[in-house]
Write a protein that binds this ligand. Sequence first.
Ligand SMILES: O=C(O)C1=C[C@@H](OP(=O)(O)O)[C@@H](O)[C@H](O)C1
Ligand SMILES: C=C(OP(=O)(O)O)C(=O)O
Length: 742
Amino acid sequence: MSFCINRIAVVGLGLIGCSWVKGLRQRGCVKQISGYDRNLDSMQLAQQQGIIDSYSDDIQQVVRDADLVVVSVPILAVDEVLRTIAPAIAAHAVLTDVGSVKGSVAASVAEIFGADFNRFVLGHPIAGSERSGVTAADADLYVNHKVIITPQRHTSHQALALVRNAWCAVGADVEYMAVEHHDEVLAATSHLPHLLAYSLVDTLANSHENKEIFNYAAGGFRDFTRIAASSPVMWRDIFSANKDQILKTLDLFQHDLKFLRQAIEEDDTTQVMGVLTRAKAARDHFSKILARRAYVEPMKATSITYRAQAGKALTGSFRVPGDKSISHRSIMLGSLANGTTEVTGFLEGEDALATLQAFRDMGVVIEGPHRGRVTIHGVGLHGLQAPPNALYVGNSGTTIRLLSGLMAGQAFDVEMSGDESLSKRPMGRVADPLRAMGAVVETAENGRPPLVIKGGSPLKGIHYDLPMASAQVKSCVLLAGLYADGETTVTEPAPTRDHTERMLKGFGYPVQVNGATVSLKSGGELTATSIDVPADISSAAFFMVAASIMPGSDITLEHVGINPTRIGVINILKAMGGNLEVLNEREVGGEPVADIRIRSAQLKGIHIPEDQVPLAIDEFPALFIAAACAEGETILTGAEELRVKESDRIQAMVDGLVTLGVDAKGTDDGAVIQGFGSEGSFGGGEIVTHHDHRIAMSFAVASLRGGDEPVMILDCANVATSFPNFVELANGAGMNLTVEEA
Ligand SMILES: O=C(O)C1=C[C@@H](OP(=O)(O)O)[C@@H](O)[C@H](O)C1
Ligand SMILES: C=C(OP(=O)(O)O)C(=O)O
């Protein structure tokens, strides 16, 4: 049975109340509507327009038999209205309001109806229009708009359900919030901006130059002060009804404004830049940044599907985005250095941006990124400040693990959390050695994020034998070592990427490397430098495989980082018969770089040498596709680490390959894949990526050798974590991907 209320009474026939009942009526959700307003003509008009069925100048008469009473009068009039209607409401009637302040209404309700009165549901629709009054009523005003309901402990479930249903029926998105929190959030997001707009216009209007100012005040003035044209009476009332919260936010704002004034007066351009860059980043990304803190629900990430179809031979010479591992480290070490570090080639992907935002949150002034350029005003090893909130690091394992080491050495507490995928990844591997160094680290169940790292715990250097080949764990311990008493030493079971060691040296910090053992002592300093981030070999890998498997291909990937700890993919593809040439080898800022030419070749199956596994750890999803196109069997062993990446990459790849008709099996530490060789091709089907960027891109590569049926690759939004322009580059080179957003 569809939702329908017998009788609704609306007190206050303005835009908000009239639009709600008009919407309900239009959708067949109400039988009878009675209305009251101080102005007779509003009541007459509302009746003429069919918004209400009846009215009376006796307010008690209007509410007497109502099942739902909607109080939609200016906020300071609510108290008096409630006192007047209280004796007349029916014993079962539910009441609700629409005011922008909830604390003052809650207080009136408690005083008039009693503290336990459970049939008043406090509500606040976040919708409006420049127009007002009965004639502006719009049955669709609330479609896809938020309505905040602030239930109290004693609010009855039935009453709550009725009001919720009545809002949902007109298309609103209902959210719940505590009364006080609502008023605090609204003070900041709505009330303070209105107050500032009114005040600025008043100041300028009173100035002697006012005519000049208004004549020439175009864009900025107009945008900033648009809301000063709102109803003065309404805002006077809101400012008094939410006085305490508004004063609190205003004080905070005045403090920050004073700081900005002083920075300008003292020509402290770094601090001025700090305010502007933080604000711009927050404004540009506010839905994401605020998701964990503000009243809006985390924005449902748009779901992105790739429809991938057979492609052409790949051609061209191009550069893939900057190295993710080096980009993370450039922000970390640049922030902790003395002086200003300039970075070029920075990866503007979400993982590296999460690191950048974390350091901004800890008070570091960072300009950019703009076309891969970032300027970091280092604060020194001991200059970080406590962040105002938990650090949210999204999908990035590197951020949370490396930061854990750095945070262990700070004087303040930090909490770090991430998205659903990161929240399943093991953090015990960093918590254990940090605890051995004296850090206090709390994890959620089974050593998963969120992590809380307590500040002010003295650290001591340790010797740590890494239980697994992990550059993240190695780096975490070394970074904590910058703050630990004495020497910190790490020995790894197999070589892993050494960007941290190289970059520390690049910043002038002494690091000893002796075979598999790295050590450093605290007490040194980092000196700002310039960093040229090479293209990411992990992103290049998708094109290496693509060009290898697609007959007729010939591409050159420019300026790719070929650090010896990262070139497993080149070695493995060559061992499989790939045609890869490493050209123009050079060194840029302590990292070897080259252009890589790849021509198609018939690959053959091999048993991948285990010593190559850590050197190609992120490239296996792409290599699984190469194996499927090879002649014969490919065997991977010693790769159990793949099971704890953004997804269980062994399972995700095997499942996807099987979906596309390939004979593939997972094992505890790897997989066995029967290649279909030169005559074969992938079938069509739907790929579950588990939101893992590398799974998504790998199957996009596979589709090159697809048949008539498309490969539908689900949940590809996270490709933006490591390779934001993947689709454009891929299609430009010869792939055939269409992006479908929902
Ligand atoms: O240190 C780094 O930048 C990384 C190390 C590797 O992780 P593990 O240390 O977990 O192997 C790799 O998979 C990750 O993409 C980046
Ligand atoms: C494992 C990866 O990254 P992270 O651990 O930083 O999330 C990756 O990019 O493949």
